[in-house]
Design a protein around this ligand. Structure first.
Ligand code: GLC
Length: 669
């Protein structure tokens, strides 16, 4: 189906540049079909007015990222696409790829990682899972929306290299999946609102990165319609009665041109065509609700992270288990705000799920919740009487939500006290943590034997937790963000906003890049996660495949009697560089099932982008000659194999070379 812009009147073209209502595009008096958009990244939130339809609450993107699996991410978004198909939603306003600069950001549960490469690769899989199933993706929030505090006013101030290497990089990688829309963020970037920021929308996103789809505003993020249009923002959402008049007046004053209006109107007509074609060719309902829930469970199983295990897990079926904590029967499945899914699904309480899987004698009492009462005497007596204890703690949407940041990384005092007290009366305690981001466990982690990080893993979370606690599933998740030892070690502290701008003085040193540079100990490093299996790496062979291409191959052997999946990570270090560079940067990863007692040979290819940095001097990605160290690890701080490679590009391509080199190309010295 083709839409011809010449069939639209001038007024219809102007009106097309603003939504028809909260969720739909303008239909030009019936000449066009409207496109229906809905949130969100953690499952479908389809609402019209007061009513929100019930949907499957999938694992949140922060939990999904802990799977380190493109296949799992694809399954996740394809499942949401199926629900969109059933409910007539054309565009899902997802994924969010904002970098976790501070672990306190209230919306981190909606984002992938502190690392741009991991965020970009997983976002690409997420976009494919939607669009290959006929639903458009809208990657967001472009850009530098890295905290919630006063997000509509405080300017994120970042230099060009920091923007390109860290905050824009996930979008650049994800654009390879050709998302139909990009949503701009609320905040100003270097002093100008993202919605009217020509530098980031027209010059960077469109011209440098080649985005040719629709740029849509975050809801209410446009402050001036004609300035947004000149920055090539195509669609102002949601409907705003002032928009048409603003644009008409601007046109009459010669502030905007026919070419600018037609450019954006045409982008919207192309979007309508993509939606119509997708509806016809790829969009159909494939799964029942039960099948979608099974898929949500398969995703959750891949996304849970085993952080500590000193002889506690898997639970011994011959031993009695006492389960305590409100989240064991009513776990948080997501955070608050626009991404919040409405679900009425409740799994059985965790105690019963454990008993169903192993036959173990189990008991359960709520005793305490996130910040509720703490029935101390009863809890301690029951905990002392049982062979094993499982404590369910964490945070819910009250501390992980859009519009507000967290003020601490620690659990509530009630929960911390409960953990420490139970640890005194029972020597076999497992803590299950439900949260939307990093938690500072340092006050209590030494009092317990095991910690399982469930994150916000959707409505089936406790089914997946029970599978992992009982050994039905071998844990394979790895942290996609660092868990710092203290908030004082992070960029967030002390966060004293001056009310106008947030200067990104940390530059490219975000997350593990920061802790490595500062030599900081952390509670759990980026990429960390334990297994019930035991993997050893060996026999690394590196082959040069081109000037900046290398093929790495190495063995991973599972020495245990438990089959499990391992996430192998490849980091690159520039040994000597002309600019400051991180100690290491993630440039490749693979998640692989390795059967008990077996060995697999893994091959990973590195290309130029594995060695490049963004040169502010050249305004380009630049690979500098010299030695690089390849580090292959089970986490960013558990490097198992190393090798050095040399990049030797023609000197003409190099800058700031030694005088000795100049002689080689016949220059006068
Ligand atoms: C919200 C969010 C954005 C969401 C949109 C529509 O304010 O910032 O992520 O998609 O508005 O609900």
């Amino acid at each position: 189906m083709n839409y011809d812009i010449n069939h639209l009147t001038f007024e219809e073209k102007l009106r097309l540049l603003t939504g028809k209502d909260f969720w739909q595009t303008y239909d030009a008096n019936g000449k066009l079909d409207s496109v229906f958009m809905s949130d969100g990244p953690n499952g479908l939130r389809k609402c019209d007015g007061e009513h929100t339809e019930e949907s499957i609450a999938m694992p949140c993107i922060s939990a999904l990222a802990n799977s380190w699996s493109e296949e799992t991410v694809f399954t996740d978004s394809a499942t949401i696409a199926d629900e969109c198909a059933e409910k007539g939603v054309d565009i899902l306003l997802a994924p969010g790829v904002n970098i976790k600069r501070t672990p306190l950001c209230g919306r981190n549960f909606e984002y992938f990682s502190e690392d741009p490469y991991l965020s970009g690769i997983l976002a690409k899989a997420y976009i494919r899972g939607l669009q290959e199933n006929g639903v458009g993706a809208c990657i967001k929030h472009f850009c530098c929306n890295n905290r919630e505090y006063d997000r509509e006013f405080i300017s994120s101030e970042a230099d060009e290299r920091t923007l390109r290497e860290i905050y824009v990089r996930p979008f650049e990688i994800a654009l390879e999946a050709e998302p139909w829309l990009v949503m701009c963020s609320y905040n100003p970037v270097n002093g100008i609102y993202a919605s009217e920021n020509k530098k980031i929308l027209k010059d960077l996103l469109r011209k440098r990165l080649g985005f040719s789809g629709v740029i849509v505003s975050d809801w209410g993020a446009v402050h001036n319609s004609y300035k947004a249009l000149k920055a090539t923002l195509d669609l102002r959402m949601a409907f705003d009665e002032r928009a048409y008049g603003e644009l008409k007046t601007a046109y009459e004053r010669g502030l905007i041109t026919d070419a600018e209006i037609n450019f954006s109107a045409d982008n919207l007509l192309r979007l309508l065509e993509k939606v119509q074609n997708a509806k016809k060719e790829r969009r159909k309902v494939r799964f029942s609700v039960a099948e979608r829930r099974e898929r949500a469970l398969s995703v959750a199983r891949e996304s849970i992270v085993l952080l500590k295990n000193e002889g506690a897990l898997p639970l011994d079926p011959r031993k009695s288990v006492y389960v305590a904590g409100g989240f064991s029967s009513d776990p948080p499945y997501g955070g608050g705000g626009s991404s919040k899914v409405r679900t009425t699904f409740k799994s059985e309480p965790l105690a019963r799920l454990i008993c169903e899987r192993t036959g173990a004698k189990t008991g359960f009492r709520q005793h305490f919740s996130d910040d509720g009462m703490f029935a101390e005497k009863c809890l301690l007596e029951s905990a002392a009487a049982a062979d094993r204890v499982v404590l369910c703690v964490g945070e819910d949407e009250r501390k992980n939500r859009e519009g507000a940041d967290r003020i601490t990384l620690r659990l509530s005092e009630v929960q911390e006290n409960a953990i420490k007290m139970v640890g005194k009366v029972n020597k076999n305690v497992t803590v299950v943590v439900y949260a939307g981001g990093a938690i500072d466990m340092s006050p209590w982690i030494h009092s317990v034997n095991a910690v399982v990080y469930a994150g916000f893993c959707g409505e089936t979370v406790n089914l997946a937790v029970a599978d992992i606690l009982t050994g039905k599933v071998c844990p394979s998740g790895k942290l996609a963000e660092t868990f710092p030892l203290s908030i004082a070690d992070t960029v967030a502290y002390p966060y004293e906003p001056n009310g106008y701008y947030d200067r990104y003085e940390d530059g490219i040193f975000v997350g593990y890049r920061r802790y490595d540079r500062d030599g900081k100990e952390v509670l759990f490093p980026f990429g960390y996660g334990l297994s019930y299996a035991n993997f050893v790496y060996s026999d690394l062979v590196v082959r040069k495949a081109g000037e900046t291409s290398f093929t790495l191959s190495f063995d991973v052997e599972n020495l245990s009697s438990v089959s499990g999946k391992e996430v192998v990570q490849v980091y690159v270090k520039d040994i000597v560089s002309s600019v400051s560079r991180p100690e290491k940067e993630l440039k490749g990863f693979v998640k692989k099932l390795i059967e008990a007692g077996k060995k697999e040979r893994i091959t990973i290819r590195l290309e130029a982008d594995a060695f490049a940095f963004y040169s502010a001097a050249l305004d380009e990605w630049y690979v500098e000659n010299g030695d690089y160290e390849i580090q292959i690890g089970s986490s960013s701080r558990d490097i198992r194999l190393k090798a050095r490679v040399k990049i030797e590009l023609p000197l003409e391509s190099q800058y700031t070379v030694e005088k000795a080199d100049l002689r080689e190309i016949g220059s006068e010295t």
